[in-house]
Design a binder for this molecule. Structure first.
Ligand code: IFM
Length: 398
C-alpha cells in the first residue's frame, strides 16, 4: 500500500458562488445577467442552507477536511456595511465542520467580489487593497479555531479573467465581438493574466496576511492555479516567460507564507509561439482539457522548487460524466503526490475539487463532483468516487 504522512488532510473543496445560490450582490451574478451565452448560477446547489448535509456526506465517508469559502459580497453587500448575520452564518459553518471532525480550510475570496467593489474600479482602484484588507479585518473574529486560511483562490486566474473581460469590452467597442453560446463559451486560448492586476493581488495578499497573523492563529497562504507547462524543444525561453506571467509571479508572492496551495487539473505544451491549445482527443475532459493525472505531481514539484514552502493540494479533479474515470484519474494523481512526498516534498493534504457537481462559472455541464446534485430538488446523490476517496482517507493510503 502507498501511504501518506501522519496527519495528512483528506478533504474536498467548494466555493461560495458555485454552491450557495443567489449570490445577488456579487459582480459575477451581474455578469451572468449581462453576458449572452452564460448559464445562470441561480439557486446553485442551495448549500447556503444545506451545508450541514454536505459536511455530513464528507465526514460520514471518512474525510477529515472541508475547504469552503466566505462570500465577501454577502458579508459586505454595500461598502462599509458589514452584515453581522452573514458573519454569524459563516461562523456556524466553521463550527459545523469542527463538530464533525472536519478541519476547515477557509477561503476568503474565490473569484467573486461585491458588485460595489467591481463598479468602483475593482483591483485597479486606488483603494482596492485597503478595501480588501478591511473585509479581512471584519472576518478575523469568526476565524477562531481555523487552522488553514486561503486569502485568495487562484489569483492568477482572477488576473486572467480580468484580461478576458478587458478583451471582450475592446472587441465589443470595435464591433468584432461574437457572443459565445453555452457550448463554446470557454475560449480555446485564454489570454495571459494581467500583470498589473497580478501585482495588486500580491499586495492585497500581503496586506491580508499581516492582518491574519496579527489577529488569528491560522496558517496563511493562497492557492495558485498551476498549468504544469511543458516546453517543446527550443521553447524553453518562452516557457520561462510564460511561467512567470501565469504562475511564478504569484508563487514568488507567497514568500513568507506558512504554506502554498496547489491547484492542478491538466498540463499544457508551450511552443515557440506560446501555449498550445489542447488538441481534440476523445479522452479530453468536459472542459476540453487533456486527461493528465500526472499534472498534479508536476505542479507540486514546480511549486516546491519555486517557493520551498509546505504544500497543500487545495484543488485537483476532473470534469467528467463517468465516475470510474474520476476514480482512475484521482488514484493516478495521488500516486504522483505519494512519489513527491517520497522525494522529500512536504505535502500536508489533498482536497479534491469538488465535493458537489456545481456551477462552473457560466456552465452547469462540466461535472467535477464526488456527489451529484438534482438542480430541481437539491437532493444529493453520492457517486462511487465519494466512498472510494473516503476509504483512501480512512486508510491514509492507496
Ligand atoms: O471550478 C473551478 C474553481 O472555482 C477554481 N479552480 C478550478 C475549478 C475547475 O475549473
Amino acid at each position: 500500500m502507498t501511504t501518506f504522512p501522519e496527519g495528512f488532510l483528506w478533504g474536498a473543496a467548494t466555493a461560495p458562488h458555485q454552491v450557495e445560490g443567489n449570490n445577488l450582490n456579487s459582480d459575477f451574478w451581474a455578469n451572468e445577467a449581462r453576458v449572452p451565452g452564460m448559464e445562470r448560477s441561480g439557486d446553485a446547489c442551495d448549500s447556503y442552507h444545506r451545508y450541514a448535509e454536505d459536511m455530513d456526506l464528507l465526514a460520514d465517508a471518512g474525510f477529515t477536511a472541508y475547504r469552503f469559502g466566505l462570500e465577501w459580497a454577502r458579508i459586505e453587500p454595500e461598502e462599509g456595511l458589514l452584515s453581522r448575520a452573514e458573519l454569524a452564518h459563516y461562523r456556524r459553518m466553521i463550527d459545523a465542520a469542527l463538530d464533525r471532525g472536519l478541519t476547515p480550510v477557509v477561503t476568503l475570496q474565490h473569484f467573486t467580489h461585491p458588485r460595489w467593489f467591481a463598479e468602483a474600479g475593482g483591483w485597479l482602484a486606488p483603494d482596492a487593497v485597503a478595501r480588501f484588507t478591511r473585509y479581512v479585518e471584519a472576518v478575523c473574529p469568526i476565524l477562531d479555531g481555523v487552522e488553514w486560511v486561503v486569502t485568495m483562490n487562484e489569483p492568477n486566474m482572477l488576473s486572467m479573467m480580468a484580461a478576458l473581460q478587458r478583451d471582450m469590452l475592446a472587441q465589443q467597442a470595435s464591433g468584432q465581438w461574437q457572443s459565445p453560446t453555452v457550448d463554446n463559451a470557454r475560449p480555446a486560448q485564454l489570454p495571459a493574466p494581467d500583470v498589473e492586476i497580478g501585482e495588486r493581488l500580491v499586495a492585497a495578499h500581503h496586506a491580508a496576511r499581516a492582518v491574519l497573523r496579527a489577529r488569528t492563529d491560522a496558517k496563511v497562504g493562497w492557492s495558485v492555479a498551476n498549468r504544469a507547462f511543458e516546453a517543446r524543444p527550443g521553447a524553453e525561453a518562452k516557457l520561462a516567460e510564460l511561467s512567470w506571467v501565469w504562475e511564478d509571479l504569484y508563487l514568488a508572492g507567497s514568500a513568507g507564507d506558512d504554506y502554498v496551495g496547489v491547484q492542478s487539473y491538466s498540463s499544457q505544451w508551450v511552443g515557440p509561439d506560446g501555449v498550445e491549445p489542447h488538441p481534440e482527443h476523445p479522452d479530453n475532459t468536459l472542459v476540453g482539457t487533456a486527461y493528465r493525472p500526472d499534472a498534479l505531481a508536476m505542479a507540486i514539484r514546480h511549486t516546491h522548487a519555486v517557493t520551498g514552502l509546505p504544500v497543500l493540494v487545495t484543488e485537483n479533479g476532473i470534469a467528467t460524466a463517468e465516475d470510474d474515470r474520476r476514480i482512475a484519474y484521482t488514484s493516478d494523481a495521488l500516486r504522483g503526490v505519494a512519489a513527491a512526498v517520497a522525494d522529500g516534498i512536504d505535502v500536508r493534504g489533498y482536497l479534491h475539487w469538488s465535493l458537489l457537481d456545481n456551477y462552473e462559472w457560466g456552465h452547469w455541464r462540466p461535472t467535477f463532483g464526488l456527489v451529484a446534485v438534482d438542480r430541481a430538488t437539491f437532493a444529493r446523490t453520492p457517486k462511487p468516487s465519494l466512498a472510494w476517496l473516503g476509504s483512501v482517507a480512512r486508510r491514509n493510503g492507496l
